[in-house]
Design a protein around this ligand. Structure first.
Ligand code: GDP
Length: 334
């Protein structure tokens, strides 16, 4: 059995009262924002109640479209997400947004500050926006984000936008989580040169050049088009379109929604949607299992004794790392 986080503390931090999980799940499924928020808090708190939550949510998931948005700070991700919400709401969709900040230790729906543009949607019951830090105690982005996505999916949101800052590994991780990954670029940010370096040429299903109202937008498009033409994509693969937007006034967002629809239709018709979702589930299982395993030998808590003892022996030459790893696994895998 996969072990759960420390039962002594998880599930009731921040002074929350006891939670009746079935009731909470039922309320979330009727679209009650508070209940949806509480379920996502259980994910953030790494609560042992998650086992029950996920079992109840499972039969209701798999319907939502997952759209990932990534790009360097300042390209206009928040502005674009907000404009995308407006467009999707216009089409009658319910929209969930997870804004992942890989550098922030803060979480808990901190929507002020840089998320201020999304406040336009703050009073809309059919829009749920949540900031999440990805540096939890457990497996980071790969542990918490898919579970938060599941909560929104089972709560009846039609599209879930997962927005993340394109730094380090996060943009590659987001591509693993999303059905459709949008890479956002903008003029004046040196993105043409950055593109090749950051590995974004492989991950985009759609490329959007925002700030089309600014000088240099067409140069970014030309550079990107050239770079994409040189990048290797397998035969029969999706050919990512390049779109232009001025997110500030919503221009070009209707075309972005059309492109998302077209990509989704392609994913369905080729069987790629199922492949991507199966791959995502695989990573999710792996993240939970590896995290549980690490917890057993105390690698991510204060109970480090066993791993520490082995480490001291390896460092002192009394054992080698392979033998020590065997010992660790033998003790914890039975
Ligand atoms: P993020 O850091 O990628 O989330 O970027 P933001 O959405 O916070 O936007 C960064 C800055 O670019 C803000 O000052 C926005 O007002 C501005 N911005 C966003 N979209 C556009 C646009 O289409 N045109 C122009 N000129 N500025 C924009």
């Amino acid at each position: 059995m996969v072990s759960t986080p420390d039962a002594a503390t998880a599930g009731r931090p921040r002074g929350r009262s006891a939670v009746a999980v079935p009731e909470l799940v039922e309320k979330a499924r009727t679209g009650d924002p508070r209940s949806v928020g509480r379920l996502i808090s259980l994910v953030e708190d790494e609560s042992p109640l998650l086992r029950e939550v996920m079992a109840l949510l499972a039969p209701h998931s798999g319907r939502a479209r997952i759209v990932g948005i990534t790009g360097s700070p300042g390209v206009g991700k928040s502005t674009t997400t907000s404009a995308l919400i407006t467009e999707l709401r216009g089409a009658g969709q319910r929209v969930g947004v997870l804004a992942i900040d890989p550098s922030s230790p803060f979480s808990g729906g901190a929507l002020l500050g840089d998320r201020v543009r999304m406040q336009d949607h703050a009073t809309d019951r059919d829009v749920f926006i949540r900031s999440m830090a990805s540096r939890g105690h457990l497996g980071g982005l790969s542990w918490s984000t898919p579970q938060a996505m599941r909560v929104l999916d089972a709560s009846g949101f039609d599209t879930i936008v997962v927005e993340t800052v394109g730094v380090g590994q996060s943009e590659v991780e987001i591509a693993g989580l999303a059905d459709t990954t949008i890479v956002l670029l903008a003029p004046g940010m040196g993105d043409g040169i950055q593109a090749a370096k950051a590995g974004i040429l492989e991950i985009g299903d759609l490329y959007v050049i925002n700030k089309a109202d600014r000088d240099g937008a067409s140069t970014v498009r030309r550079d990107l088009r050239g770079a994409l033409a040189l990048s290797q994509r397998p035969e029969g693969a999706w050919k990512p379109p390049i779109l232009m937007t001025t997110a500030q006034n919503g221009e070009g967002l209707a075309e972005v929604v059309t492109a998302i629809d077209e990509h989704h239709a392609w994913l369905e018709s080729t069987g790629e949607l199922l492949r991507r979702r199966t791959r995502r589930a695989r990573e999710e299982i792996e993240a939970i299992a590896l995290t549980a395993l690490r917890q057993r030998w105390g690698g991510i808590s204060d109970r480090r004794t066993e791993l520490d003892t082995l480490a001291a022996r390896v460092a002192g030459g009394a054992s080698d790392p392979w033998a020590a790893a065997d010992e660790l696994l033998a003790t914890h895998l039975e």
